[in-house]
Design a protein around this ligand. Sequence first.
Ligand SMILES: Cc1cc2nc3c(=O)[nH]c(=O)nc-3n(C[C@H](O)[C@H](O)[C@H](O)COP(=O)(O)OP(=O)(O)OC[C@H]3O[C@@H](n4cnc5c(N)ncnc54)[C@H](O)[C@@H]3O)c2cc1C
Length: 378
Amino acid sequence: MPAPDVIVVGLGAMGSAAAWQLARRGRRVLGFDRFSPPHTMGSTHGRSRIIREAYFEHPGYVPLLRRAYECWAQLEQESGRRLLRQTGGLMAGPESGVLFTGARRSALEHGLPHEVLTAAEIRRRFPGFTPPDDTVGLLEPRAGMLWPEGCVEAALELARGAGAELRTGEAVTSWRADGDGVSVTSAGGTHRAPRLILSAGPWMPSLLGARGRALQVERQLFHWFAAARNAEMFRPERCPVAVWEYAPDRIFATQPDAGDGLKAGIHHEGETTDPEHVRREPTAEDESAMRRLVERYMPDAAGRVLEARVCLYTNTPDHHFLIDVHPDHPQVILASPCSGHGFKFASVIGEILADLATEGHSRFDLSPFALSRLGNVF
Ligand SMILES: Cc1cc2nc3c(=O)[nH]c(=O)nc-3n(C[C@H](O)[C@H](O)[C@H](O)COP(=O)(O)OP(=O)(O)OC[C@H]3O[C@@H](n4cnc5c(N)ncnc54)[C@H](O)[C@@H]3O)c2cc1C
């Protein structure tokens, strides 16, 4: 391969999408991954991810989401795979809580189709759900589930098909920016390119040295439950994806049973760790914390646990994303600390990274994701 235009380090959710977007523009891409994505060691395993649009985290994400849906459709079309299933999405909690107020604000500011349901209406519409009486839910029709392993595979296949050289099982051990390019070293040698994208997920702190100090990796769990009764109520045709605020600012999410059980996960509340030392085995305490919530909000779903998995979040201090050029080296682009809510955006983040690498700018306002907001931590 002639000298690459862009080196991509990390070919998970963000890096695979960036490699695809660059390769389809005719750019020469050299990509590295320490494993062979999709794999179970980082942040992108577990067979499903929620996509939703009435974004409680901030209305500023909605334009990105609109483009993300378009880019997922493009990936489906180019790969011939089905990657997204719309089930509708319910954001439910106390009326004054962060989840409902944030989702409603996004829906109203951006004119998103939605309905507001009382607790009684939620129980009637979705008989598997038994929320407390003070619950209010925002139901949005376009939400649903993405298949993350399929998305990564599709993006990598298309990138390879368009000429990208993607080396798996080959970790990058160091990188250096000099002049107007970068040198990247792996077991296979040292490689030069004008641009570098660092999208190493939970390994970002180790690649960023002192500048990665603000990032924290967090241990997270998924559990898949067999229904105890009325399994049909939890099938995707009858059950939306749901995000629940079960105590002030404390959230868990559920996804319908697409053939392998109802999936549930608590958002945050995990221990700080790193990918080398994380306790990768789920424990009985992990299961009972999850079971308590499933029993309370959908008791018929709380049968035996079919499977549990540990996964990793890479958090910024404010839980918004980090997508920016490196403050000292404009030829180096940083992405992927997505604080546990980034997968749905991977398709558009891939496009943004490709724009930054080729045009030097993005049409989206990336200031909320800038390093500088983290103050002198960076
Ligand atoms: C439990 C859980 C539930 C989640 N639920 C949702 C959800 O419902 N909806 C949603 O939108 N998001 C969700 N997320 C978040 C989302 O999955 C992540 O934001 C996203 O997958 C992160 O992708 P990434 O590319 O940054 O990391 P990864 O996919 O982990 O990719 C990083 C890659 O870099 C490689 N790498 C690391 N170091 C090196 C190196 N030195 N050299 C070469 N390669 C290297 C790794 O092997 C890895 O493949 C969830 C995350 C978890 C853990």
